[in-house]
Design a binder for this molecule. Structure first.
Ligand SMILES: *Cc1c(COP(=O)(O)O)cnc(C)c1O
Length: 231
């Protein structure tokens, strides 16, 4: 695996897409998705300039955190069960998968106990697929009103996962929809809610996502190669 070349290739793609949307590479944050990737390889990626890593599973994040610690910023990008919040609360930079008020309440409680404010992104299920977690677009405003009074949770943006289809226009439409929800929320004036980050785009579609306004992308396969879940 040519890790260094892969990272350079992704950065070049980011730069091109950023130019199309009148931005620069430094305006967009790359989260390297490290699920199934070992700590040794993650350390190598850090040597090549990776500053942010994303994990879907709590246990996997904890195992690797033990070996790597705060040499990199940790993003929790997968569905988070309430009973696991306590394990990661002092380790994560951003939770991308906030998808219910009950989860927000638990994050708030745990964050309060360590005297921190935790940055979260509301996960929106734009495509409406039943297999996906996330709030449906029409419920976003209501749930943000519920979450707003929780002072130790700061919602700093929105996250989505595009539908797994070949149709690039359908994917672009999904990102456009999230962007428009983002703009709508930005107009409202709720405490603890700030529309700063749009986390959208993965290996196959991050160029489209950036063109549509993403400023955090989550890329695994294009950096580390195809995942091997049997390991
Ligand atoms: C696995 C995963 C990614 C990365 O996907 P790739 O196609 O490997 O780039 C991004 N976001 C989430 C939420 C994921 O679970």
């Amino acid at each position: 695996m040519a890790l260094k070349e892969n990272i350079e290739h992704v950065l070049a793609g980011m730069k091109d897409a950023a130019a199309i949307s009148d931005r620069e590479l430094c305006d967009i944050e790359l989260v390297a998705v490290t699920k199934t990737v070992g700590a040794d390889v993650i350390k190598e990626a850090i040597d090549y300039g990776i500053l942010h890593v994303g994990e879907s599973r709590v246990q996997e994040l904890l195992d690797k955190y033990e070996q790597i610690g705060d040499a990199v910023k940790w993003h929790l990008i997968g569905h988070l069960q309430r009973n696991k919040v306590k394990y990661i609360i002092d380790k994560v930079e951003i939770i991308h998968s906030l998808d219910s008020y009950r989860l927000a309440k638990e994050i708030n409680k745990r964050a309060k106990s360590i005297d921190r404010v935790i940055k979260c992104l509301l996960q929106v299920n734009v495509s409406g697929e039943k297999t996906k977690h996330g709030i449906s677009p029409e419920d976003v405003e209501h749930i943000l009103e519920e979450i707003a009074p929780l002072d130790n949770v700061r919602v700093v943006g929105l996250m989505t996962i595009a539908p797994h289809v070949d149709d690039k226009e359908q994917i672009r439409q999904c990102f456009k929809t999230l962007r428009s929800i983002f703009n709508q929320v930005a107009e409202t004036d709720l405490p603890n809610i700030e529309m700063k980050y749009l986390s959208m785009g993965m290996s196959d579609d991050f160029d489209i996502a950036i063109q549509e306004g993403a400023n955090i992308i989550r890329v695994g396969t294009s950096i580390f190669g195809k995942r091997n879940y049997s390991k």
